[in-house]
Design a protein around this ligand. Structure first.
Ligand SMILES: [Fe+2]
Length: 414
């Protein structure tokens, strides 16, 4: 559709009480259409990235923000990049206070496109003592009739305490990870979560069906090369991997990077969480993936605590196991773990937006989902995981995405 240029100009004035300086946001030209509500990325102790998408007329991107309950307002200009005929408006805000909640409003061409007390971000802590929570789920966005992604999003919004961030365990957008489907399939159901809570996804095999450089990586701002990366939050280190499809992306380089990252951070964090799309061992309809199992020794040697994956559209928490993939049968209490030392807990959380309705756990499978041989808890329901970490205690809940009820729970105390 042809767009029209309206030659008028509006000046919005904001007054900063402490400095008495006025902030001026000048609007000019056509008011752009908001195509995607703002979402938070790369939330660090002193910086935050706010991104939103407009139709192509947008020429300037600006965020106005203030600390909640404070009167001083500040304004930051960002940059625009064009992709798929739309403009990505991206604003990086710096010099923020750690562990502080701010209210924000977004402007394109100087026109306010979203604002209000519900638009907030909270910076990460700059210490290792702060308790925090995060959610995780994989296999999320598809056409509405094939994805219930709106359900976990609604349950996450309803949580008594807003999670500090979310992890996306691959197959973020179906059928092929195409940029053109991100709005309908993912951002629409998750927009109320993403406007307050940053999301750290990794690519899955479906995302790899479209070139990630031209799709996945255009949609997200992530650390490192965006295929594999790490970020710290309080006393935990999070490592996202690209398990591609049947073999790791840049296998040798990625594996070397994984080892280096774990060695460099060995004594710096209490908790190490690895997340990727494919499962290693599984009791489900998915095979065991050898390329993931080949990392078990690294997880064991470097004291990884938790490994999260999607891919199988179900929920499966395995018993603690070792670098060979053997269950440690000396551990009998599957609800309250003491320090697991070099054992780790692997959880499939792959019913984020899709479930395999025809499949039932096979009691004759050698890696059985229901006889307790390898699985601590199995449940074939739409679900997501919720973690809280408080010092040396990690608590986990598996939550039903329709009812909001917790169906699985465990703690690890170091
Ligand atoms: Fe998958």
């Amino acid at each position: 559709m042809k767009s029209f240029y309206f030659p008028f100009l509006t000046v919005l004035l904001f007054f900063s009480c402490s400095t008495k300086k006025e902030i001026t946001i000048v609007s000019s030209g056509e008011k752009p259409t908001l195509m995607r509500k703002p979402y938070l990325q790369m939330v660090r102790p002193t910086t935050v990235t706010v991104t939103w998408k407009t139709n192509r007329v947008s020429n300037t991107a600006t965020v106005l923000f203030r600390e909640v309950n404070a009167s001083t307002k500040k304004v930051v200009k960002g940059f625009l990049t064009e992709h798929e005929g739309n403009k990505f408006n991206e604003v990086v805000i710096e010099n923020l206070k750690p562990a502080t909640t701010y209210n924000y409003a977004i402007y394109s061409n100087g026109y306010e496109l979203a604002s209000g007390e519900k638009y907030t971000f909270t910076t990460a802590p700059d210490n290792k003592n702060t308790a925090f929570t995060f959610y995780a789920l994989g296999d999320i966005g598809a056409k509405e009739k094939w994805s219930f992604a709106k359900e976990p999003a609604t349950r996450i919004i309803e949580l008594a305490k807003k999670p500090d961030f979310g992890l996306g365990l691959g197959d973020i957008v179906y059928p092929k990870g195409e940029s053109k489907n991100y709005d309908k399939h993912l951002f629409k159901p998750f927009q109320e979560v993403f406007k307050n809570t940053p999301f750290y996804p990794v690519v899955g095999n479906h995302d790899w069906l479209s070139d990630p450089e031209k799709n996945f990586e255009k949609e997200w701002a992530l650390p490192n090369n965006e295929h594999y990366y790490s970020f710290a939050y309080s006393n935990a280190l999070f490592i996202g991997l690209d398990s591609s499809n049947g073999g790791f992306f840049n296998k040798e380089a990625q594996e070397a990077w994984l080892k280096k990252t774990l060695i460099e951070n060995k004594n710096k964090y209490v908790w190490f969480v690895v997340y990727l799309h494919h499962n290693g061992k599984s009791c489900t309809y998915k095979n065991d993936y050898e390329h993931v199992k080949s990392l078990y020794k690294i997880f064991e040697n470097h004291k990884v605590d938790i490994v999260l994956n999607g891919h199988a559209h179900t929920y499966e928490r395995l018993k603690p196991y070792d670098g060979e993939g053997n269950i440690d049968n000396s551990i009998t209490n599957q609800t309250n773990y003491s320090d697991l030392k070099n054992r780790f807990i692997s959880i499939t959380i792959g019913a984020g937006g899709k479930i395999n309705k025809k499949w039932k756990a096979d009691p004759n499978n050698s890696e059985n989902c229901t006889d307790g041989s390898i699985v601590a808890h199995f449940e074939h329901v739409p679900s997501f995981g919720l973690f809280s970490i408080d010092g040396k205690t990690l608590s986990f809940q598996g939550i039903n995405s329709y009812t909001g009820k917790t169906f699985d729970r465990f703690t690890i105390k170091k």
